[in-house]
Write a protein that binds this ligand. Sequence first.
Ligand code: FAD
Length: 291
Amino acid sequence: MQAFDFVRATSVDEVVSILRQNGNQARVLSGGTDLLVALREGRAEARVVVDIKGLPETTEMSYSPESGLRLGAAVPCYRMYEDEELSSLYPGLMDSARLIGGVQIQGRASMGGNLCNASPAADSIPNLIAHSAVCVIAGPNGRREVPVEEFCVAPGRTVLQPGEFLLYLQIPAPRPGFGAAYQRFIPRNEMDIAVVGVGASVQLDESRSVIQSARIALGAVAPTPLYVPEAGEALAGQRISDEVIERAAEIAKAAARPITDMRGTAEYRKHLSGVLTRRVLKKAIERAQAS
Ligand SMILES: Cc1cc2nc3c(=O)[nH]c(=O)nc-3n(C[C@H](O)[C@H](O)[C@H](O)COP(=O)(O)OP(=O)(O)OC[C@H]3O[C@@H](n4cnc5c(N)ncnc54)[C@H](O)[C@@H]3O)c2cc1C
């Protein structure tokens, strides 16, 4: 493994300054469960690794009914699902937190790191898109916000510019009648990469029988996680029924543009996109009706 300098940063300015000085030879470390493996295998290079877990902004996890959940970029998954209030407010988000790796990985791995790693098959990204999460990015020119669906631009590549890093994710507060869910298909129960993953959310009306709006996003079926707004639009204003769910599932299936690889053929992945969209929509509706 290549030798590198390790800095445990204590301020946003310090991180930005190190990233600016070292260009692509500086890497941000949240949980390290992707980064350290990549460095060890020679898939990534770094002269300096900046640990951001010493920053209050990246480790903060706080909720308010007005602004929702502020999730620091380096908050490990276990802190999310062990928080009873957050687990009951965001059961859909916890679907991802609970299935990334196993218990040991969840002790370190963050949703911020999962997002910045920008794998097309990442388990938190379709779910964050379904939850309308927004990235708050810090950099040499201050802060800017980017919706999660615009953050990944290619496998392993994001909108982050030199000197920038992800500070935290802002996730809207769930209103009554909101529900979300994420499911993936993998050939075994854990420790595998999604063949397809689907996140969905719905906002129901007061009667809980009409869908006001919906968001659907797919993983592992395109070079980046894929937001499918037209699938949500097909549900908006519709009374809940198997037919409208089926129509949205067909739209999601049609939007998927997967490749064939060792985990599955393109045809199989397209089929799974429809099946999982149907299942997560039903789960999201069930949660919304119980909210
Ligand atoms: C055994 C094992 C099982 C796994 N199982 C799964 C799984 O089931 N599902 C899944 O999706 N993933 C899985 N992973 C991959 C990994 O655990 C996740 O992607 C995890 O969420 C990454 O988070 P992290 O905090 O460890 O990121 P890190 O490894 O710290 O960072 C990942 C990448 O993002 C960059 N980065 C991190 N934070 C920031 C930031 N704030 N700003 C800018 N760049 C940043 C890093 O430089 C690096 O390139 C697995 C990994 C292992 C080793």
